[in-house]
Design a protein around this ligand. Sequence first.
Ligand code: AMP
Length: 397
Amino acid sequence: MSGFRTLDSAELKGKRVLVRVDVNVPMENGRVTDTTRLERILPTLNEISQKGGKVIMLAHFGRPKGAPNPDFSLKPVAEALAGLIGKPVGFAEDCIGEKAAAAVAKMADGDMLLLENTRFHKGEEKNDPALVAQMAELGDVYVNDAFSSAHRAHASTEGLAHKMPAFCGRAMQAELEALSKALENPARPLAAVVGGAKVSTKLELLGNLTKKVDFLIIGGGMANTFLAAQGKKVGKSLCEYEMLGTAREIMKNATVNKCQIVLPTDAVVATEFKAHAPSHVVSVDHVGEGEMILDAGPRSVTEVENVLGAIKTLVWNGPFGAFELEPFDAATNAVARTAARLTGEGKLLSVAGGGDTVAALNHAGVGEKFTYVSTAGGAFLEWLEGKVLPGVEALRA
Ligand code: AMP
């Protein structure tokens, strides 16, 4: 991968390798209940171990607010990792100081050790140089495999990268490669689907995308605000009337940047926000006073599918409708399945992520069929907003 240092160029044999990982997994009664995030980091851990490095993992878990708290201990994660890897993973009760140093000193080449929650120290979120220096004493090489934390300049995500040779782990590398193909060097035409509830939470994202994409397909509740900005009546629909000026501004900027905005032309409307509420399809010019738009209609779906058929790259964030409530998941399901089919046929590179998007694609049964689905949440959204991610910048060659 150009532009970043990867494990291909790292000298690992006999080295103490500090690996920042994302192990923010769901836990119940001190046991890990979903190992998806752990599975993503296995290639990096195994590769470093097989190359003779000592794998010393650093990670945060939850929000313990800078003090030790057994509810946020990473100990169960060490056990779950050992089960997945099929060999012991040691655990140290602190990520700095004597306990950590003693555990590291005992390691043989290829061994694995997880250090306790970095957020048990106030300095982690402050990127405190004193904490960074203490962490740095434990390692010779730094590897970051936690893209999901890379939007934060914390001690273990950014500070450490400047203290020793720093490299991307394989999960980080895969994420950066996918994101770069999707928005930095995309095959064109390029389209973005932006759906979800509100314009106000996605302003920066919309602003950045109008500068970069050829088609901006707007869905979900936020489309109502754009329709209202065009003078249409949206009845009882979710609509941010205070954002109409902003929506017009976004549409104007899109025109200047030769980005075509695609809005729904028909909608599925109901009088109640609940599953199986009686509903019907109307043109967006004829939404009744007491009705609310809960999904895009079939004509809109066909129009979006026509765009998908004409493009080479797709970036997706947010659903087309209230997809948690049947049958208002229909448009999201249909468009997601078409994107998955085109991806499978080799006609489309599709990258999706952020918030509810992963759930929406899984609900449509196509979570595995996109080119890349990012589970990084906040970091993925900040990347869509065009922001610099400090943890990523620190890994540039
Ligand atoms: P976001 O977190 O901004 O991506 O928004 C996702 C949420 O938007 C989901 O919970 C959807 O149910 C909701 N949503 C999508 N379309 C609509 C709509 N037309 N009316 C109300 N809520 C919607």
